[in-house]
Every structure is written in C-alpha cells, then in structure tokens.
Design a protein around this ligand. Sequence first.
Ligand code: DGY
Length: 321
Amino acid sequence: MRPYIYITRKLPDSVIKEMQQKFDVGMWDHEDVPVPKEVLLLEARKADALMTMLSDAINETVLTAGKNLKVVANLAVGFDNIDVKTACREGIAICNTPDVLTDTTADLTFGLLMAAARRIVEAAEVVKEGNWKSWSPLLLAGHDIHHKTIGIVGMGKIGEAVAKRAKGFEMNILYHNRTRKPEVEQQLGAVYASFEELVGKSDYIVCLTPLTEETKNMFTREVFNQMKRSAIFINASRGPVVDEQALYEALAAGEISGAGLDVFEKEPINANHPLLQLPNVVALPHIGSSSVETRTAMMQLCIDNIEAVLEGNKPKTLVNK
Ligand code: DGY
C-alpha cells in the first residue's frame, strides 16, 4: 500500500501531481478556509504524513490520532503551532521551511518598515480617494530611515538579512538575541545591546524573534513606554510576542509614533479591531514569505522532507533533531 499524505490547504495542481507519483494524496480543497478540526483529526488518523499550515493547531490530539503518522511538514519556518514535545515522544519528525524564505521575509519586513516610516499606505490612499489637493511642504511627512538606528530583536537568519538591508541604508544597527553573533557584528557592524538598551535607543524596533514561552508577551506596556516617542515598531514574527492592547494604548497615547504589523495575536484580525482604526498602523495579512517563488520553494521543501522521512532518510530541515 502506498503511504497516505494529507495536505491541510489547497495547493497548486503541479505540487499535488508531483506527490501523487509516489503517494496517495488527500487535500483540504479550500484556499482561504482552514481545515476544520474534525476533518484534520479524521485525516490524521489514517495519514503517514501531514503537510500543515501555520494556522493549523497540531496538538497532542492530532499527533496521536492514528498509528501511522511519521512526519509533519509545516509550510513555515515558525513551528509554534505544533506540539513538538509530543511529536518527540511519539517519534514523529517535525520539519519546517527555513533558509528558502529568508530573503523574501526580510524584504517584506524592511518594506513594512519603509511603509510605516514614510506613510506609504496612507499616502497612496490619499491619491486613490481623490484627496490630494496640492503639493504642500509637509504633506504626509514621515520619518527618515537612512542613518537612523534600527534595533533587531531576534538575530536569526531573517534578522541578519534585515540587518544587511539596513546596512545598505547606512543605518546604525543594534541587535538583541539569546546568543551574540560575532560574525554579524564584524560583517555588518551590528552592535549587541540588552533588550532595555535596544528598546530605548532605536528609532525602529523590529521584532523577528520566534514565539516561545520566553518571548510570549515580551512587548508589554512598560516596554513600549521605554521607546522613543518617535519610534516605529515592526512585527514580522508572531503576534503573541506582543501585548496588542498595550501596543494600541501606546500608539493611541502618542507614546510611540507608528507600527508596521504583519502578524497578530488572533489571525485573521477583525477589521473592527482598535489597532486597525489608527492611521499610523500599517497592517498586512501575514505575508512575510509570500512571493510565488518562495512559496513554491517552501512547498518543494515540504515534499522533499516528507519523501525523505517516508523513505527512511534524514529530512533536510528537521526541527526535532
Ligand atoms: C513563517 O514561515 O513562519 C512565516 O511567518 C511565514 O510568512
């Protein structure tokens, strides 16, 4: 019998065809609707492999639903949606998609910084809505990016790629990370700072840390309070790293100047959420790695990982080594 793979979201025909050469493939046939829990559970009972999205909760119930599950390939670099501890106990390989998305996610992160700093979305709306009356000296004046200080919280591969972009803009680069990165300090002139120092000195605070028990809610009201009044906060990691109510209060009170957010505590964020009513917030629907080229590469990496595990080989990007 051929192994059975279940994919939790509709993927392009070309991807499915490739997988069907070796495996029986089932798929949740919707692009914009996550697979319901009950369906996921039923499928997990018979699956040898799951290809999952970051919006799927791959908890103990899912991981232990059947007896055949050998690998979960998550279409994301982050894997906070997966109970890795249970997977280890059950001998299930968990794979993610690092590296292939590094530059694409860094591009988007820096783009978000630029959009928030230079008020690009607000300005584009003024033109499209017919509200552009005339050129005027301070029309939609934003903040400079070049020669300012960027503080990167979480200096993983994406953090490094953002630092490279910041260097091109001749920014001063501060970073905070669990471990120091001497090679990044040398190559990019990035300076290690304590979290408090980084928060107090940066013009742009860019959050790229993974979501863990330690990083959950690390951006509190007190932290926003320590930022410069002109500071702009960018989050391209995971929503729960930030206390969203605290961020809203800091922005509404003018304690910080703006925010660029690609991720939220609850996704999709409700359009009536107070944060989205603020003109100084640029909000995107979690599209960090979303270019056709990169998403295609991520899918291919998931397929390669699944194939490797099911054929008894070591997958390229295993989380639970
Ligand atoms: C990831 O891969 O974890 C990113 O958040 C996707 O954009």
